[in-house]
Ligand binder design. Sequence first.
Ligand code: UD1
Ligand code: CA
Length: 456
Amino acid sequence: MQASPFSLEIIVLAAGQGRRMASNLPKVLHTLAGRPLLAHVLDTAAALGPRAIHVVYGHGGEQVREAFLDVEVDWVLQPSQKGTGDAVRCALPRLDDHSLALVLLGDVPLLKRGTLKTLCERAAGGAALLTFEAAHDNQYGRIVRDARGRVARIVEWRDATPEERLIREVNSGVLAAPVAHLRRWIPRLTATNAQGELYLTDVVALAVANGVAVAAVSPTRVTEVEGVNSRLDLALLERAYQDECAQALMLSGAQLMDPRRIDVRGTITTGRDVLIDVNCVFEGHVEIGDDVRIGPHCVLRDSRIASGARIEAHSVIDGAEVGSGCVVGPFARLRPGTVLGARARVGNFVEVKASQVGANSKINHLSYIGDATVGTGVNVGAGVITCNYDGAHKHRTVIGDRAFIGSDTQLVAPVEVGADATVGAGTTLTKDAPAGELTISRVAQKTVNGWRRPKK
Ligand code: UD1
Ligand code: CA
């Protein structure tokens, strides 16, 4: 976080209901990259080091407030939505006179801090707008310039003449101006327009009439200023965001088999020469070491994968630590609290939860290992189950180093298998198995001589 050279008040407009989303959820709570739109805006706002962030919310916006209980912002209620000018008017009493005000929109999530810094610097002299060139067939406000090319006013699309609608330069809705100026201009706004609203955009003409120059600043990319009005917009911005994530990953040394088929919903760090196959989803905070390969269709959440590990196709890894050189999957599921030592192997249809698995141990097929401590060099056969739950409590299973657990064994916890012990296939282990010995609970095999199958 870097303090601004001027004191900054940020106003985030988020009272609109977002009718075009056709949703019961307030628009700013719809998610982009797994987080609410407003969360993205608040992150960018906080990064500018403002004196305060004022979020203007509307009736029924309690749901919005509740989603941000842990974030320090000043909530400003706009009792009825009478326009963007009215929204800023509601926040005015909270603003410090000697500060610069920056108005952001809660549904424009991808703005960059650098763009906003430039905008604020330019606004210190009077006022500044973030404008851009849009393709035709849009309903943004048009930037009207005078004969000398200076910004003169903004005309809303609905109020614009056919000639004005041809103007390509449009208003992003983001604006910065000294608070002292806004205090003079906002009370003079009127609702004599097509929508009967107080338009914040009308302050531009008032500024010009006061002899205050209005600067126009453009963003680096158009997606920065694109807002979400429909689910279509949301999907397009999600892709724009993911494109940027993919580019950043590749620049930091990861090879993506297809940069258009990766989703990062959180943060990810990758070492050198990481290879990520198609359709992987990363959530929360994921750390990936050097030379890790991740197969197609994996989901990784809040996990650490150490160098040289391989995650095979269709694996789901959540809250786990995977040691260096491990091989996990295909079709493995690691749940929170799983820690795999170096070179451990967890194969297909194996679920591991809240367990430590020592270095070089193998659990290769169709097993459930929960609440267990598995030593090093252990071999767990196919279909082994730790019966960790008695219907009321969870119990631990402890398996010593180099133990061999035969296939289809049930370990009824709490139970312990000693080091170098062997448990015979099909055993239901209800008592500890001593170190170095063979323990088996299988019923002795017999052959019934002369038995005949019943016939119809
Ligand atoms: C506004 C601008 C327009 C610009 C466009 C960019 C005005 C009058 N027009 O138009 O020039 O091109 O944004 O997207 O400002 N909001 C409130 N309270 C209200 C009304 C709106 O908080 O009473 C909030 C909305 O939640 C939204 C933002 O302000 O985040 C913009 O409102 P919206 O109705 O989308 O404005 P536009 O008509 O799109
Ligand atoms: Ca809008």
